[in-house]
Structure formats: structure tokens, C-alpha cells
Design a protein around this ligand. Sequence first.
Ligand code: HSE
Length: 443
Amino acid sequence: MMPDTTTLETKNASLSSHKSPITIGLLGLGTVGTGVYKLLARFPQTAISKIAVKNLDKQRSLSQIPPNTLTAHAEDVIKDPNIDIIVELIGGKEYPYQLIRQALESGKHVVTANKVVIAHYGPELFALAAEKGVNLFFEAAVAGGIPIVLPLKTSLAGNQIQQIAGILNGTTNYILTRMEQAGLDFQAALKEAQAKGFAEADPTADIEGHDAACKISILGSIAYNAYLPQPAVYTEGISNIGAADIEMARTFGYTIKLIALAKGCENNAVDLRVHPMLVPSEHPLAKVAYENNAIWVQGDAVGDVMFYGKGAGELPTASAVVGDILFMTQALQSGQSYLAGMDFSLPGQGSIRPIADTTNAYYIRLEAEDQPGVLGHLGQACGDHNVSLDAIMQKGTHPETKTATIVLLTHEVQEADLQAALKTMQAQSSTKRIHTVLRVFQP
Ligand code: HSE
């Protein structure tokens, strides 16, 4: 049989027309940019030709950057006709979004580590990339060096994903680990995380769960094939967790972790949330310590798999960025351009199950007067709202306040019922303060 010459010629034409090496333009030369610069030096099939930086005069650890590579203007990089792939590593939201848009508009392929931009503008940018016949890759946007975006799109594509549960923020995991291991309170553990360079000077996005919410919005969108934007993710942070909660959780056989959850529900809805949870101490997620990240995926064919490693840092994040660059480079050098299916340019917003409709088991820690009948009142409040109790513990009496710490663990109940029971408990004169309400992770 004769070979299909049309296809061969087309392929050969695009092969020969494509120069080698593939030319890279970097936007940003901070921690991750520096790592990408170092790592790409191993690969002669790529060449960094321009780098946009905020401050041209800054002293840098990279001594070998050739003169005239640095520019203070991102447009110089985006508009350079010799550059094939733009690598956006600036961080932030609106400015990098504009730059990525411009790059795609100019027909450049883009690699980004920017979870905020992908979580907020993903579908629009992927649609633009498809229209222009170029790729937008973002492996590093979720859990830094851990490969999860590509495995979810490719290796796990044969599964219906039942559940994804991730420890997607290293700062909060470091804080919770130190609270658990050294008995530190939240503020002391946060200070330590900041001193070690994990937490930002303003750590709000980490400790209030917004960083993890961006990441689970991306993973959920991929797993459930529907755009699930970050603002729709129900989000609670860890600043309310006390040393007493860590200790109580341990007594019951649990470890407290900030969990980002995406779970498929009936009618194609997705249960999507970020909040601290009591994780059974024997579960692999409970053993993920310090600044490490992990993503536990339950597929209907594969069963349970867990991805574990460094979710941030110079070389771990560069590893993911460079993986994307090399994947794209290989495609370009073999004459392919747009790789369909590598994005989530999805037709519409997916439906997210309201938190009130979710069911969970709960942990409640409260302070109540230490007097006859108090446990009975609490039990009554639960019973009146269909909340079935699994365990109750009262720990001593505080001599000054004459109050006792009481911990309730419930069976799996409806969130709306639990909230109603909490309202009733709060209204009881013997309840002094409901300190913490946490959900229990049920693998
Ligand atoms: N601030 C994030 C963390 C890393 O603490 O995990 C970047 O996503």
C-alpha cells in the first residue's frame, strides 16, 4: 500500500519548518523562575532567550545569564517573534492573566504555575488557546512538584473519580504538624512556619484555605469534566483550631488536617470544599507531615491511589514546569501544535452541592457548666434535630470557671441538621462556648 504522502509531506514540512531548539521566554525570575532556569540548562532542545523581571538591578544567584537576556518589560518577551513558549511565573491574578491572554493571542504556547489564574480564568483562556491552536499547560499550579494534573487527565482517564482528598497547602500542613508534634498553639506554629520561610508575610490565603480552594477547583474541574470555579468552593481555614482540639482528636484516634475535597454526587453535582477534618490516624493522609502535600484519589477502576511529595519550593515546582515545557517541546518538534484534551475548556459551570446538603460525621468541642443534666441537654438538642451521637467525652472541671470541656462525636448526619442542633445547644444557658466544630473524614 502506498504511504499517505499528503500526511507525510505535511508532517515533514512542519518538522523542517520548526527550528531547534525550542525558544523559551520567562516571565518572572523569582524562586520558581530561578529553578526553571537551572533545570532547563540540562536540555539542549530548549533555549531561554528572554526573561522579564521586576527589578533589573537585583543581585541574582544565577551568574551565567547572558547579557541582554533580561528585560523589565513583559511585552518584550511576549511580542518576540522568535519565542515559541511563554512561561509565566510571576504570581498574582489580574496582571499575569492579562499577560497569558496576550501571549495566547499572539499565538504563543504558555506554561504557567499560576493556580489563581487557572482557577478563575481557566475556561476562557483554554478556549482562547484552542482558537489560536496553541497549548496552555499548568501542572505546577496544583501541588507544586507532584504530578497530578497530567495523571488525572491521562493515566486515570478510564476511571470515574469517586473522590479526591488533598493536602494541598504546605504552610497549613506544617502548622498542624507542629501543633501535633510539639503541642504548639496555632500562633506559635504560624510564627515558626513564617521563620522557616513556608508562610508568606501575609499568610491569609494559606491559613484561610483560599490557596487550597484554587487547587481543588482545578482538580475537581478536571475530574468531573465541568468548570468548578474557586469562589464556589466552600472554604474554612485552620486559625480556629486549638491545641486542645489536636489533643482531643488524638484521644479519639484522629489527626487534624486541612483537607480539600471533591466528591461526585447524584445528578452530576460535585461536593467541593476545603476545611479542616479529623482524619483517621491510620489513613495515609494522616501521615503526611510538615510542608509536604498529598492527593488521595479514589477511582472506580484503580481503587485508591495517593500522590505525595513537595508542593512548593524552587526545584520541586520547577520540576513540574520543566516537565510541561519538555512535553510541549517534544510535541512541537514532532510537528504537532495544539494538543486537544490537555485543558478544561468546558462548556459550562458545573453544579456544586450546597454545604447544607452534605452529610458528615462531626466533632464538637464546647465549654459548659459542670452541673447535673448538662450532658442530657446536649443529647436532647442533638436528638431533636436528627443528630445521632457516636461518642461523648467530658474532661475535668476548670476550677476558676467551674466549666467542663465536652467533646461530642456524631454519626454521619445532614449538615443542616447539625447546624440546627448547634443553634439549640448555643441557646442553652449551661453552654458557655462552642469552640470548635470539625467534620470527620470518611474514606
Ligand atoms: N503557599 C503554598 C503552600 C505554596 O503553602 O503550599 C504555593 O501554592
